[in-house]
Design a protein around this ligand. Structure first.
Ligand code: ZN
Ligand code: ZN
Ligand code: ZN
Length: 252
């Protein structure tokens, strides 16, 4: 009897006094099924989160996780395979990373230029591609990086590409160790657009290998990226004109 009482789910909103759901919430199972039917629509998950803390908690704990699993199943399996909890609790940040190109603001992370952030329908993240963004001595780390999101003809900046990514078990990665060993500075004002944590500049730490710009088809000296304390990565580059990069790859 005592046991069943403890296991009884609490459907009333117990998290916030401002909540309107005084008659209790739908059961988690019902919400799960509804959102499954909606194919874990991210905009609706975000809307639901705004209702009250109970829904927000459910979204963070369950719905964003299913969203990530559905959109990037192989990557999710891999990110969780080490038994690391680094993904846990950050499902919403990861969900946003999958579908949102953060752009940049003038005077922000990437100086000079203002390109608004936007949602993207679908982005490919590649572990193989991620290797190109790691120094040789860090290549046992696992990093997934997206193809560049192209913003062409940005005036003086030319063709701009944004890319983003995530480390597996960042807290145990060689990159993190090296950043700390090199006493890399955290950016004084800007934070990760996905999880709001502080950011390390890989450029300042001199940890950007040449292979990164090759991979992106970008100019050598026009690439920059940051990694946040939770292992999200975001970067910018200036893309080579298509004909040049094609020639370059033919020479390889
Ligand atoms: Zn509520
Ligand atoms: Zn973009
Ligand atoms: Zn982050």
């Amino acid at each position: 009897m005592v046991k069943t009482m403890i296991l009884t789910k609490q459907y009333r909103c117990i998290h916030s006094s401002s909540c309107q759901c005084t008659k209790g919430h739908l059961s988690e199972d019902v919400i799960f099924l509804v959102f499954q039917q909606l194919n874990w629509n991210p905009k609706l998950i975000a809307t639901l989160s705004c209702v009250c803390k109970w829904f927000d908690d459910l979204a963070k704990r369950v719905l964003w996780k299913e969203f990530c699993r559905t959109r990037a199943p192989k990557m999710m399996l891999d990110l969780q395979s080490s038994g690391s909890h680094s993904v846990d609790g950050n499902w919403r940040a990861l969900g946003k990373l999958l579908i949102y190109c953060s752009g940049c603001t003038k005077g922000g992370l990437f100086n000079n230029i203002n390109i608004p952030g936007h949602f993207v329908y679908r982005t490919r993240f590649s572990r193989t591609s991620g290797k190109s963004f790691l120094l040789p001595q860090c290549r046992t780390d696992v990093l997934y990086v997206s193809d560049p999101c192209e913003h062409l003809d940005q005036g003086d900046e030319g063709d701009v590409g944004f890319f983003r990514g995530i480390f597996k078990s960042f807290s145990m990665s060689k990159v993190r160790k090296m950043l700390i060993k090199r006493k890399a500075q955290l950016h004084p004002t800007e934070v990760c657009p996905y999880c709001k944590a502080k950011l390390w500049s890989m450029q300042q730490a001199e940890m950007i290998p040449q292979s990164a710009s090759c991979r992106l088809g970008a100019y050598d000296d026009c690439i920059e990226y940051y990694v946040c304390l939770n292992g999200h990565m975001l970067g910018i580059c200036t893309l080579l004109p298509l004909s040049d990069s094609e020639e370059a790859s033919e020479l390889e």
